[in-house]
Write a protein that binds this ligand. Sequence first.
Ligand code: NAI
Length: 387
Amino acid sequence: MSLIQIGVLGAGTMGTGIAQVAAQSGHSVVLVDVNSEALKKSGDSLQKVLNRLVEKGKMDETQKEQIWDRIQFSSLYEDFKGCGLIIEAIVEKLEVKHEVFKRMEAIVSADCILASNTSSLSIASIGSALQKPERCVGIHFFNPAPLMPLVEVIPAVQTSAETLKKSKDLIDSWKKKSVIVKDTPGFIVNRVARPFYGEALRIYEEGIADFATIDWAMTSIGGFRMGPFTLMDYIGNDVNYTVTETVFEAFYYDPRFKPSFTQKRHKEAGYYGRKSGKGFFDYSENAVPAKANEDPKLGQEIFERILVMLINEAVDAVFLNIASREDVDVAMTNGVNYPKGLLKWADEMGLTVVLEKLETLFEEYGEDRYRPNPLLKRMVKAGQTFY
Ligand code: NAI
């Protein structure tokens, strides 16, 4: 079977990773960027990654050469001509995306799929620039693309069933875990994960615990690979704050997604996290690691409060048909490495317990963010479980 040629537009962090994934799956790839320096940097970083894979024994020299030879680095959109699918991974600006999608459509064949790796724009708005918007779909990878198994596949209102099926089958053939998500802000992961940061920040702001203690609760008791503050420092408070603000705006200012002043001030101060040497924690050479208050009762309280908020968000995604319950769980375990699917976790904890905890918070605070989801209430009433 001959493999279709894959195009990738934008040779930055994501484009380079996506090109690597496609080439490793046997496709010939055309990687286009308007910036020659970006192309050079992309080639250098790819060489480095492939060399490391050889050193680690994950592939041999011949395989490495084959993968490298399959990727054509180019500054010309015309080189996309023979592609069966192109994934765009350039700047997050709608006007620019419109321009490049129109340009690509003028070059490719009638059945070429044009996909976007956008994190925050709607696929419907991107596809609207096309003559044939039914060929447009969202194919959203996670960073680093070669390592993170999850890919969210997002049909827009215009996307044809054929485009969706072909895209999903292709991603599955790349040994990725694909999930289908409605074209709504944050898709699955960036929507459902909001309370991991937001509720942790809120707990800190209320003076219940400091950063180190909240992180300790989530890792030691909750089993999460990283605590929320370590993770925000890792992602960058500038980037993470912007995602939160974008999701908040996109949801017509639903108070559930309200950003936090604490994170905003850290961002404003230039306390981005690891990359700036200081964030919620200090990353300078002689820094003394912050000490957690390892009080088991306090830790359990923090962990459960954040967990039920995450579960409520996962339930909401199912309630509003954003994705299936299986896909919501697959997304969180494969896109952000949660130790368990949130809905499976809810079953284990007992839906009645989850609901009671949310009701207690809602009653105490009277704030919309703690409002238990109707689906959760219905399921408890009917004595149902997710699985
Ligand atoms: P980046 O800034 O690393 O790379 C973007 C590349 O696009 C640059 O090399 C730039 O020269 C090139 N470019 C800009 N305009 C262009 C044009 N008109 N034609 C051709 N090339 C052009 O950006 P990054 O981080 O790779 O993100 C790209 C896209 O992927 C964005 O839509 C972003 O939202 C999305 N995304 C980013 C993730 C991340 O963690 N960085 C995760 C998932 C999605």
